[in-house]
Design a binder for this molecule. Structure first.
Ligand code: 5RP
Length: 288
């Protein structure tokens, strides 16, 4: 089973868990996109009448284009269910589900929408399950003008921050690399599961374009020397932190939150109530 198929499997299962009349939070990313499409299919067949709140402009636009009723938190401040992917999922010693999210740049709105939901079901393929968080670079969303203040403070914590850069096709990366960096890029683009590798820190465009043709398009649009920082839906920058093993996530989270100018970080600790994990064995379920 490919990673893409595993994502499709959990997306379908998650869509089956949505009940008529619910208010549903829509996540962001490739798995969430599959979920939105599955859910829209059920709505279109008349199986469900639901209202939704999206965690990004992209998911909002997709859901609207599929004929779904999408509102904002102003109208729907309480949600029954939030369904979203993750970059890493760790079942902690205490049985809680801890996540790293934000590979797709939507961590702030994702955390807000998740916090408004009674239940958060995380949907991932099995490559996202880890024993300890931190292999995937931890995204930290930062107010633009605070960047010169926040970056050295994150570096002083040993978190190795790198400013995420925009790609020329619908926001991603335009990295200014040469030599070994270019090889790393080719490697990231060649592997759909590139997110699992630190190089994905520098090339999230590889993540956004699951098929080779689209990746090529993204590649073609890259012109050296014209890189700009990635900007989130809320108008902030993202620093991707190559932390390595995050031994004490609560401590790391508190240290990052303590820096003035940090808006949010991608550690979602104890927020998910269920993780659905797709793989060769079908869908495994982990409950917090
Ligand atoms: C976006 C996210 C995504 O949920 C996360 O990056 C997983 O993405 P995908 O389902 O494409 O693997 O946090 O900000």
């Amino acid at each position: 089973m490919t990673q893409d198929e595993a994502k499709g499997l959990v997306a379908r299962r998650a869509a089956e868990l949505v009940e008529d009349g619910m208010v549903v939070g829509l996540g962001t990313g490739t798995t969430a996109t599959k979920f939105i499409r599955e859910l829209a299919g059920r709505v279109q067949k008349g199986e469900l009448k639901i209202r939704c709140v999206a965690s990004s402009d992209a998911s909002h636009e997709l859901a609207v284009s599929l004929g779904m009723d999408v509102a904002t938190l102003v109208e729907l401040p309480e949600l029954d269910l939030y369904i979203d992917g993750a970059d890493e999922v760790c079942v902690s010693g205490g049985g809680e589900l801890d996540l790293i999210k934000g590979g797709g740049g939507a961590l702030l709105r994702e955390k807000i929408v998740a916090s408004a939901a009674k239940r958060f079901i995380c949907v991932v393929d099995s490559s996202k399950l880890v024993k300890m968080l931190g292999k995937f670079p931890l995204p930290v969303e930062v107010v633009k003008m605070a960047l010169p203040v926040v970056e050295p403070k994150l570096a002083a914590l040993g978190l190795h921050p790198t400013l995420r850069m925009k790609k020329s096709v619908s926001q991603g990366l335009k990295p200014l690399l040469s030599g070994a960096g270019q090889n790393a890029k080719a490697e990231a683009l060649a592997y759909p599961e590139a997110k699992a590798y630190p190089v994905a820190l520098a090339y999230p465009d590889a993540l956004a374009y699951p098929d080779a043709k689209a990746k090529d398009e993204a590649n073609d649009h890259e012109a050296p020397g014209t890189g700009e920082p990635y900007v989130t839906d809320e108008g902030n920058y993202i620093l991707d932190c190559a932390c390595g093993r995050i031994e004490e996530p609560e401590v790391t989270a508190a240290e990052i939150r303590g820096i003035v100018g940090v808006v949010e970080h991608g550690l979602f600790l104890g927020m998910a109530t269920v993780a659905l994990v797709g793989g060769e064995d079908g869908v495994r379920e982990f409950r917090a």
